[in-house]
Structures are given as C-alpha cells and as structure tokens.
Design a protein around this ligand. Structure first.
Ligand code: BGC
Length: 793
C-alpha cells in the first residue's frame, strides 16, 4: 500500500505556520507588561476594567478560627456571635492565606505580575493567628504585645517610640505582612472612648509626633503602616454610622491636625478612612477629606483604604479617593464596573486608585518576594517592650517617698489585676502574645517577697471566677470584669507582715463599645472598699499603700487619692507588664512619664460629657462636638477648672529646676527661639519632659488659653547635671483657624510662652507680633457634600 507522505512544500508550509504561531505567541506574551517599580501607568493601561475593579477591592474577610461558611452564609453574611458580618468574598476562604489570622489581603493578578499583599492589625502588635494547623501545627507565631499607644505617648519621647517602631516593624516583616493597620491617632475627646487605649492623646501635637515617630520606625523595615481612623472617629457607640457634627475650626485645629503632622513627618504608606459620617456623609465617601485635604493640601502620596466594611457606597468611595475597599466583596467590584460603564464613575478616578494600589504593591515585601523567617527575635523585642513600658509609666503621687521600695522588703499585693494583669485592650487592638508577666510575678522576679497565702487566695479565686465567665465568641467580646475578691479579714495579718501594700485597679475596654461612667470611669464599691480597708490597716501600722493603675483610659481619682501614699499609672504595659512595673517600684527605673490626657475630678466636668456618645440617648445616631476646640486641657485651662491631674503632669524620684528661660528676641520676625535650662536638683538620675505652651492674643475670635507647641525629653540627667533645651516656634505655631477667612492666621499682639514640667507648672515670657500674618489659605471643605449620585442629575 502506498503511503501518502506530505509533499516537501506542504511540510515547509506547516513549519512556517508553526514558527509564525510561536512568534506571534511570544509577541503577545511580550506585549503583556509585567509590573515593576516604574511602570504603574503602563500596567494600568494593560488592565481590563474587571481587573481594575478587582484590584481595588480586597479579597474578603476571614474570621480567624471560624469554620468555612456555607455558600449561603457567604452570600448572606455570617453571624459571629451577636452581630452579623456582611457577605464575604469566597476567595477569602478558598485561596490559602499567606499569613493566617491577618485582617485582610488583596487580589493577585498573575497575568500582570501583580501579587496579593497582606495587611494585619494593629496598634499594639502584629495580630495574627498564633497557631496554625497542618504541617506547621507544632510551631507558634506569637507576637510582641507592645505597651498601648496611650502609654507610649506618655513617654513624650519620640526617639523611644521610633525605637519601638523599628522592632515592631521587624515583626511585621518577619511574619510576612506588608502593611500594619496602625497606628491609631484619634483624639481622646472623651475618657469613655472604648478605643482610647489605641490612641495617643487629647492633643494633636503629641498624637501627630508620636505617629510620625512610630511610622518612621516601622517603615524603616520596608513595610507599610496605615494611620487610622481618618477622621473624627472618637467613640465606639454606633461606630459604623454615627454622624459626627463638628466645626471646621475644631476639625482643622484638633482632629485633622495630628494626621497632618503624622503624614508630613513620616509619609505613611497608607491611611485608613473611618467608619463614621462627618456632617452627614461617610468619611470614606468624602472627596474633600480624602483628596482635597489629604493629597491636595498635605501632599499625601500613599494609598487610602476603608476601615473594614466601612461606608456604604463603593462608587462614592472610589470617587472620593478611597483607593482600596476592605476587606472587600465581589458586589463592590461589580458596582464599580457598572458605574464606569454607565459613566457615573469616571474611568480616570478608578485609574488613579489603581495606580495608587500598584505604587503600594511595588514597595511591598510580597512583591519583592522577601523570604520572611516567621521567627522574629521575640526575646530582644520583649526587652524593648519592657524598657518602653517603664518609660511611659507616670508617677501620679508619691507622698513622703513611699516609692521606691527596696527589693529586700515584703509586699502585700492586692487587687485582681495584680495577679491577672491587662497587657492591652481588646478587639483588633489585641495581640496574640506568648505570655504576660503579672505584677506579682514581676515583683517576685525583682526580688520582693510577696505573701504566698495572699497569692494563693487570689489565684484560687480568679481561677474559679474565670471558669464561670462566658466564653468569648469573637474578638470583640470582652468578658465582664471579675469583682474584687472579698478580703475577709485577710488585711490585718498582711499589715502586720508586709512592709507595704500594693493595690492594682484594672480596666479593660475595646473595639465596639464605649466605657460606662459607673463602675468603669468611677471605681466600683468593692474597689473603693478595698482601698479604704487596706489603707486604714496599713496606715495604722505606719506602712505605705501604693495604688497601681492598670488601665487603658482615664478613671476617677479625686475621691480616693488622698487615702493612699503613692499612685503609679502603669496603663496597659504590654507583655512585660509586671517586670516593667517592678522596675519603677524598685527604683531601677526612675519614672519620667507625663500625662498626655487630662484626669478630671468628675466626669461631668469634661466639656464633651454633655455630648457623648450622642443623641437620641438610647441609640445615638448623631453626636455634636459642641465643645469645639475646647477638648482636654484646652477646656480645663481656659475655663479655669482644676483637674485631678493635669495634662503634662508626672512626678519623678528626683526634682528638676527650670532656669534661664530666654527668647531670641522680644518681637516675632519669622521665627522665635526659646531656650531653657533644666537641672536635676535631687539625688538620683532622672529625665524631665520640657513642655512649651503658647497663649495667643484674643481679638475677634476666642482661643484656648494655652496650646502645646513643643516638647523635649531630656537625657538621663545625673544629680546636679543640667541640660539646655531649645525650641523654635514658627509663624504657623502662632496661628489659629479662621473659618470665615478660610485661613490660618496669627493675630498681632502679645504671645505668652509658658515652659515647664506640666500644663500647670510653668514659667512664662512674652513676645510681640507686630502685624497679623496669614500663614496658610485653605480650601472650603467639610461642608455638607454633594453626593456622587447627585452630580449627574
Ligand atoms: C477596626 C480597624 C481594624 C480593622 C481590621 C476594624 O474593625 O476598626 O481598626 O484595623 O477592623 O481588623
């Protein structure tokens, strides 16, 4: 049989066709651009609309520890014990996580060389799952629980906070996370704010400078931060839709100011918009905030993401300048695609958002394929956490040198949280740490003799009480506090045996709820009773009583502080809590922290108490910041109300003298230098925080009596040693915001410079400004905004 061999020309044709196909395939391949550090615009041009809409919407939310929801649950939303999570993107469950327990991630687009990036909470440490299943089940992934932000701010030491950031950022990087969802810097408007522990201060200068310091430290590791929650997010009650009504002046002078300082001082990679509405519109949907102010006025170059499930309208958010919607759901991508197709959302807006995404991605360690270790040096970081914790603790009272107590003494240790100390608050600000050193353990480690019987009673009591507590069904559920143990005549014996008593008062709070006045801001009856009984018994024997405050937010102190000899405000000090407190109690570290938030005598004296958490009282939907700029010390000082402990206050085991307060000139011309000499006049080495407040002349507009304009922490000064501290004030420091002029303006007149160790312990000098100076003109913003849906009509 004759075989039909193809002819030579036919074979040649086949070969040529194949070659052509290979070449054209290669050319097509070559034409698909791959993301690199300099070609974001080209990549945007190569993306389909659907790819763009996918990139700007996160991969969905996976609740750590939750079993994979059914497709129905994914579509309808999942109940996570008390509240319902919105529908999720199935990708969150179907695509294996790079970092289990991280708060979110973005979609990869492999065709264009775009990897997924991972973001994780939070302000006090990297919040990821500490244990994983499968082949890694024997390994642990604990993270350092750093002291909470309020404690770090109380150090008033930006170099220290940067140092914490450097170690913190190393954990972010070594656990494979690209962006840390922190720091939080909302203003402590009211002491009941449930997340105040995650934030720094009632003052924007402290908040902004702390933000810049920690961001610079974290980002020095080549990982990003997300400063949050932008903006006017100062309460947890109805947090997802509360409407904040606030004057533009208060926004500019207080609520925006810290963000501006943080952004200009550190260029964080990202900003997180907040949940709340502002003058009727979700912040995440306000273009004036996210584009006009943030990018236009402040020069922010990074990316804006939403808070988790924040806002309602994906299209409005995109248009506003929210580049990334987190944690993301497919419906949002669909809405974006439809809006671009219908012309409602300009493609240029989406392209800008995509470009911001790509610019972030190329900086990420995921893009660089960093081979992370999953093994940061936790022991070294614990040492930093301990040191930082002690630096931010504040000695509020120390009559007759009750502290320090030498370590060969025996101490009677009272209060539940002495044995079960609170390292940090709950919710997304919590950290999965390997351990927390209790106070009693810290004291024992330091060499103190703590009474074993008392310890055993507390341990048994707490174990039994904890067994009865409801199991937390999600990270937001805080078990009710355990009532103080009945001391049942134990006190007398302790007063006989021990050299001094320590009583710890503890408080916890967190995301999703604000604190209460009774039993939280105010001490409960059992707490008041133990302080009274212990103080009576110990004082009767001539022994000292020391109260340690293990709290995340301000509490009432005026009614009981006279009963005790010393008060140490330890805040929530992170995983090395007990060791750090013992460092202060023993005098190994001389306390140098200062209050960055006022402790009032009575809750009702706070200006915002009349408008917190809003109206209607049973279920607030709107909160009016009627107090305007009079928040914290700005209120107490201006209206001459004496707080229990003022802003900037804190004692030391030594004393300092301020002298030679000098200005560079009697009249302001462009800038003013101020110098002061601080001398350690006591007998132990110590550090002082030198604070500079400025009082501006009042002409047509009322102003706070004083505003903090600078602070410096001295080095460790040996007894007798002096340090001269210098400040430079510029015209912008003199200015207030005039809404009618849409400008910051410094009024001509006499300015009072007050320099000292607290807001109420200062020396003053004055200078003159000859003529008014407009220091900055700004846009007309923050008025009720036209919604994107209205624009097209
Ligand atoms: C919080 C954010 C947090 C995010 C991700 C939200 O509920 O408000 O602060 O970063 O969850 O966990």
């Amino acid at each position: 049989m004759k075989k039909n061999y193809p002819s030579a020309p036919a074979i040649a044709m086949v070969i040529i066709t194949c070659l052509l196909q290979v070449t054209s395939y290669a050319q097509t391949k070559k034409r698909v651009v791959q993301l690199n550090a300099n070609n974001a615009k080209q990549v945007v041009a190569a993306m389909t609309l659907e790819e763009k809409a996918k990139l700007v919407v996160g991969m969905g939310f996976k609740m750590p520890g939750m079993p994979t929801p059914t497709p129905k649950q994914m579509k309808e939303g999942i109940d996570i014990g008390g509240f319902k999570l919105p529908p999720s993107d199935p990708d969150a469950y179907n695509i294996p996580e790079k970092v289990p327990g991280a708060a979110g991630r973005t979609h990869a687009i492999p065709r264009l060389g775009i990897p997924s990036i991972t973001v994780a909470d939070g302000p006090a440490g990297v919040r990821i799952s500490p244990k994983r299943g499968g082949k890694d089940s024997l390994k642990t992934y604990y993270a350092t629980a750093w002291p909470v932000a309020t404690l770090l701010a109380s150090s008033w030491d930006t170099a220290l906070v940067r140092q914490v950031g450097v170690a913190f950022g190393n954990e972010v990087r070594e656990y494979g996370v690209d962006v840390l969802l922190a720091p939080g810097l909302n203003i402590h408007r009211n002491p009941l704010g449930g997340r105040n522990f995650e934030y720094y201060s009632e003052d924007p200068l402290v908040s902004g400078r702390m933000t810049a310091a920690i961001v610079n430290g974290i980002q020095s590791n080549g990982v990003g931060t997300s400063i949050k929650h932008f903006v006017a997010n100062n309460q947890e009650t109805n947090r997802n839709s509360i409407n904040t009504v606030v004057s533009e002046r208060a926004m500019r002078e207080l609520y925006l100011k810290g963000f501006e300082i943080g952004i200009k001082g550190a260029q964080p990679w990202t900003v997180m918009s907040s949940y709340n509405k502002l003058q009727g519109v979700y912040t995440s949907e306000r273009r004036d905030l996210l584009t006009t102010i943030l990018r236009g006025e402040w020069g922010f170059k990074g990316l804006v993401m939403t808070d988790w499930f924040g806002g309602k309208d994906a299209v409005a958010q995109m248009h506003a300048g929210n580049d990334l919607l987190m944690p993301g759901g497919p419906q949002q991508s669909d809405d974006i695609v439809a809006a671009v197709k219908s012309g409602k959302l300009p493609l240029a807006d989406l392209n800008t958002n995509v470009e911001h995404m790509l610019n972030l991605i190329v900086k990420s360690q995921s893009f660089k394929k960093y081979n992370y270790s999953d093994a940061p040096d936790l022991a070294a970081h614990a040492a930093v956490a301990r040191m930082a914790a002690a630096e931010g603790m504040i000695l509020l009272k120390n009559t007759d040198k009750a502290l320090p107590v030498s370590t060969n003494k025996s101490i009677a240790v009272f209060g539940n949280t002495s044995y079960d100390i609170i390292a940090g608050g709950s919710g997304s600000g919590d950290v999965n740490k390997a351990y927390t050193v209790s106070l009693v353990q810290g004291l024992t480690n330091a060499g103190y003799n703590v009474n074993e019987n008392l310890k055993n009673s507390y341990t048994a009591y707490l174990t039994a009480a904890k067994a009865k507590q409801p199991k937390a069904r999600n990270i937001f559920m805080l078990p009710p506090p355990i009532p103080e143990m009945d001391l049942n005549g134990m006190v007398e014996k302790q007063a006989d045996d021990a050299a001094a008593a320590i009583i710890t008062i503890g408080r916890n709070a967190g995301e999703g709820a604000d604190r209460k006045i009774e039993g939280d801001f105010n001490l409960n009856n059992a707490e008041k009773a133990i302080i009274r009984v212990i103080a009576d018994a110990f004082h009767a024997k001539g022994k000292k009583v020391i109260v340690v405050l293990n709290i995340g937010g301000v509490i009432e102190t005026a009614s009981w502080k006279d009963n005790v000899d010393a008060i140490l405000l330890a805040w929530q000090p992170g995983l090395e809590a007990g060791n750090a407190i013992a460092d202060i109690i023993s005098g190994k570290v001389n306390p140098s922290g200062k209050l960055a938030t006022t402790f009032p005598v009575d809750y009702n004296e706070i200006a915002s108490s009349k408008n917190f958490p809003g109206l209607p009282a049973d279920k607030p939907t709107e909160v009016t910041y009627e107090e305007g700029v009079y928040v914290g010390y700005r209120f107490f000082d201006t209206f001459d109300i004496k707080p229990s402990f003022e802003f900037g206050y804190g004692l030391s085991y030594t004393n300092f003298k301020f002298s030679n307060l000098k200005l560079s000139a009697p009249t302001f011309t462009g800038s003013m230098d101020i110098n002061v000499t601080v001398t350690n006049t006591g007998s132990v080495a110590g550090k002082e925080v030198v604070q500079l407040y400025l009082g501006a002349p009042v002409k047509t507009m009322d102003k706070p009596q004083d505003e903090l304009k600078g602070f410096v922490k001295t080095k460790l000064l040996a007894p007798g040693e002096s340090q001269t501290v210098g400040f430079r004030i510029r015209a912008t420091d003199l200015a207030s915001f005039y809404t009618d002029k849409q400008a910051w303006m410094a009024d001509a007149g006499t300015y009072t410079v007050k320099v000292g160790s607290s807001s109420r312990n200062t020396q003053s000098v004055t200078f003159n400004l000859a003529t008014d100076i407009i220091t900055e003109k700004v846009n007309k913003v923050l008025v009720p905004q036209v919604h994107i849906n209205e624009l097209k009509k």
